[in-house]
Ligand binder design. Structure first.
Ligand code: SF4
Length: 290
């Protein structure tokens, strides 16, 4: 690691096995911990049952409460959006744990394996996240960030966001597996078997070599790598064509708009409309800061 580089370690878990002994270890090595929780027990149980088919919600909450006793280790909560859950209820339930950050993730999907929708003519995921935005905004006493929404605000004003799911900046993250192998973003596994495999490891290769790997270079080309519809889209600086795995089809690779295109457009319009209502012009801000 070059001198002057600061490494931040963060671990993501369902929280069920967190204990004081683990937290002692994380404290010793300065590892922050994020917990995956999709909302109240009924919501979380839809996708996060234990191997024995039982609810893991109570154990996850116990783990979060333990983490809250050492706030310096608490990195935040991660929820995957499920249209069957109520967005305001999910937000408020997660916010009650006072996390520094709530991350909402759209479900893994590609054009060959599209996301579940009740009515394909409605941008249901965009509506769902817009309700989260309204709920978040309505309670200014909350101190937490909702990363996807803050990034839409930041990117709308010409500031680089913090997630690789939005915007045009080249992503700079790789995944290091527990055996030392270096892989591309692990969600690419949802695209096809081996999509994230690079054939590199930390014992023989540098991160610079990883970033120059052909499989990662297709993430470095910003606007030029996008589908024509995205290149001409008025929201492209904020949306960036969506998250790479969500663009994939077997026929055209990654040169498609996101499977969440209509949802992203709806959400960005909603957030920018709200900013305008508060007297702020996103386009003027973006122009003046570019
Ligand atoms: S995915 Fe849709 S909203 Fe996003 S840049 Fe492409 S066309 Fe625009």
């Amino acid at each position: 690691m070059p001198s002057g580089t600061q490494v931040r370690y963060e671990l993501q878990t369902n929280g069920t096995l967190l204990s004081d002994a683990w937290l002692d270890l994380f404290e010793q090595y300065e590892v922050a911990v994020g917990v995956s929780l999709d909302g109240p027990p009924r919501a979380n149980d839809r996708h996060r049952l234990s191997h024995a088919g039982r609810s893991s919600a109570a154990s996850a909450v116990r783990g979060i409460e333990l983490l809250r006793s050492r706030p310096q280790l608490f990195a935040g909560l991660l929820a995957v959006v499920d249209l069957a859950n109520d967005p305001a209820e999910v937000h408020d339930y997660l916010a009650a744990f006072a996390p520094p950050v709530i991350d909402f993730g759209l479900p893994h999907a590609t054009h060959d394996d599209p996301p579940h929708r009740g009515d394909p003519s409605v941008p249901e995921y965009g509506l769902w996240m817009s309700k989260v935005y309204d709920t978040w905004l309505a309670q200014p006493e909350h101190r937490h960030s909702v990363r996807m929404l803050e990034d839409i605000v930041a990117l709308s004003s010409g500031v680089r966001g913090s997630v690789e799911t939005l915007g045009l900046a080249p992503p700079t993250s790789v995944v290091i597996e527990s055996d030392g192998s270096i892989e591309g973003v692990d969600t690419l596994r949802s695209v096809q078997e081996g999509a994230s495999w690079l054939g590199l490891d930390v014992f023989q290769h540098s991160f610079d070599e990883a970033m120059l790997h052909p499989k990662l270079r297709n993430r470095q080309h910003g606007l030029h790598a996008l589908a024509g519809k995205c290149r001409n889209c008025p929201f492209v600086n904020v949306c960036g064509g969506g998250y790479l795995p969500h663009r994939f089809s077997a026929a055209d690779g990654y040169r498609n708009p996101s499977v969440y295109c209509a949802d992203l457009e709806y959400l960005i319009r909603h957030v920018q409309g709200s900013l305008r209502q508060h007297g702020w012009d996103p386009y003027a801000q973006a122009t003046s800061s570019s």
